[in-house]
Design a protein around this ligand. Structure first.
Ligand code: ZN
Length: 243
């Protein structure tokens, strides 16, 4: 079997039998792959530290569908995030969103960098603001940002847009909202969304995002869940931690 070297971020893990574990790795070089980590379930085992959100440099034997981990060196364990339950909830939620939006073996370096950066910043930044920025950038990369130039329903551009309609894919004016419905959004929330879509990590913390950031996160979540046609499993944990 050929041996490849990758840099990867553990999105999640599954138990495999009594001793082994399957890692879902988001890699820089080969996109999302599934790798068997032999003996990872044994305490003190060679791969026991490879938990979700950990970043590794790994050597992997490639197989047809499943690959086998040969060697792994920790790049960062994001320990500060993993040791605080509330931060862990945010980290796992972001990792699951990436997992759900990513197809196996499709290389998307921007996605990797987005999650890796988010986890580093989660150690010191405000998690609510960070999540809103992360969600905006993720939708941008997926080409799924809500349309905001004009009413997505009637296409008129000079009317105030008051709701977001996930099924139609963007913002909607009040007259159309009467017909098709939508989630209410303040003008400032839309401005914040537009700002987050345009700036890099160096700019995201430079605006006073409260109180609109909470509304933005809520609206984007509904929008994302609509596209996924499901609610991520880690969302309940995040909701519990947010209270
Ligand atoms: Zn309209």
């Amino acid at each position: 079997m050929p041996l490849i070297n990758v840099e990867g971020l553990v999105l999640k893990t599954y138990d495999l039998g009594e001793k082994d574990r399957i890692l879902v790795l988001l890699t820089k070089q080969h996109g999302k792959i599934r790798v068997v980590a032999k003996g990872a379930r044994r305490p003190g085992g060679r791969f026991a530290a490879l938990e979700p959100l950990v970043e590794v440099q790994a050597a992997i034997y490639t197989g047809k569908n499943l690959h086998t981990l040969n060697q792994a060196v920790l790049v960062t364990s994001h320990r500060q995030v993993r040791e605080k339950l509330d931060l862990l909830a945010y980290g796992l939620f972001m990792a699951e969103l990436l997992d759900l939006f990513t197809i196996d073996a499709e290389v998307q370096l921007a996605n990797y960098q987005l999650l890796s950066q988010a986890l580093y910043r989660l150690e010191q930044d405000d998690p609510v603001t960070l999540l809103a920025y992360f969600q905006t950038q993720l939708l941008l990369q997926m080409g799924l940002l809500p349309a905001w130039e004009a009413c997505t329903c009637c296409q008129v551009s000079d009317k105030p847009l008051v709701t977001l309609n996930a099924a139609i894919g963007g913002l909607v004016c009040s007259a159309c909202t009467q017909k098709v419905g939508g989630m209410p959004v303040e003008r400032e929330t839309v401005l914040l969304l537009q700002y987050y879509a345009q700036v890099g990590w160096e700019g995201y913390g430079q605006v006073e995002a409260y109180p609109y950031v909470r509304q933005l996160t809520k609206v984007l979540e509904q929008f994302i869940f609509y596209h996924l046609a499901a609610r991520p499993r880690s969302y309940d944990f995040l909701s519990a931690m947010r209270r």
